[in-house]
Design a protein around this ligand. Structure first.
Ligand code: SF4
Ligand code: SF4
Length: 224
């Protein structure tokens, strides 16, 4: 899931003011955005903005809809086109940055604004969302007991721990979070051959795999 955090209402209204927006389509996303940013959240956002604008003595109208996945070109185009044809020329997207960019690409004639800050790719635990993967392009989890050193080690070290861990906690963040490499050691130490894997030197990652923009259509691009 992609974890997002709502922008402050003032920041959203200031961005909408740059195009003097009065009739806005607030679009939720039913995809992997978390916490949920669906129809209910889109309606709530529209109502909060309406209250704010009325208080400031400004005109404001909104429609709230949702989209199965804003990041999917054909789904987003099919869902939103009827609304754009009805004259909505400003969109406030409740999706992650991918959804916002997709809408801006599909509807170049429309001003698209983000209502969220996109934080990370993560999982949901009882205590909240936690970053789990940084999309490094060369997954190491098979050698690290299922703990990701790229996303979970503050320095993304390939060999650890560094000298900054104290009693299993990382110096970055003032010893609040577990050291990823101590967690990796705990996972591997009792596995047959696990310590050999743990002690093995891992060369630096190939950062070219993580250099943007990235595509999964390399063949088509190369053949052009
Ligand atoms: S090793 Fe790379 S691909 Fe695997 S979970 Fe970590 S960041 Fe993601
Ligand atoms: S203490 Fe552990 S998690 Fe923190 S930077 Fe060093 S190896 Fe990474």
């Amino acid at each position: 899931m992609i974890v997002t955090r709502e922008k402050p209402l003032d920041e959203i209204s200031q961005s909408l003011d740059t195009v003097n927006a009065k009739k806005i389509l607030v679009v939720g996303c039913d995809g992997c955005c978390q916490p949920p940013r669906s129809l209910k959240e889109a309606k709530t956002m529209g109502m909060m903005l309406e209250l704010k604008y009325r208080k400031d003595g400004k005109d404001f109208e909104f429609e709230a809809i949702t989209c199965l996945r804003q990041c999917d070109e054909s789904i987003a185009a099919t869902t939103l086109r009827p609304w754009i044809e009805k004259g909505h020329n400003v969109i406030l997207s409740m999706a992650c940055g991918i959804g916002v960019q997709m809408l801006a690409e599909i509807f170049p004639e429309v001003a698209v604004f983000p209502a969220q800050n996109t934080l990370f790719m993560g999982g949901k635990k009882i205590e909240g969302h936690v970053e789990k993967c940084a999309a490094c392009g060369d997954c190491l989890l098979g050698y690290t007991g299922g703990v990701c050193p790229v996303a979970n080690c503050a320095k993304s070290l390939m060999n650890g721990p560094c000298g900054g861990q104290v009693e299993g906690k990382c110096e970055v963040g003032n010893y609040k979070h577990p050291c990823a490499w101590i967690e990796i050691w705990k996972k591997l130490k009792d596995r047959p051959g696990g310590l050999d894997i743990y002690r093995r030197y891992r060369p630096p990652r190939d950062y070219r795999l993580q250099t943007g923009p990235r595509f999964d259509i390399e063949e088509e691009i190369t053949n052009e």
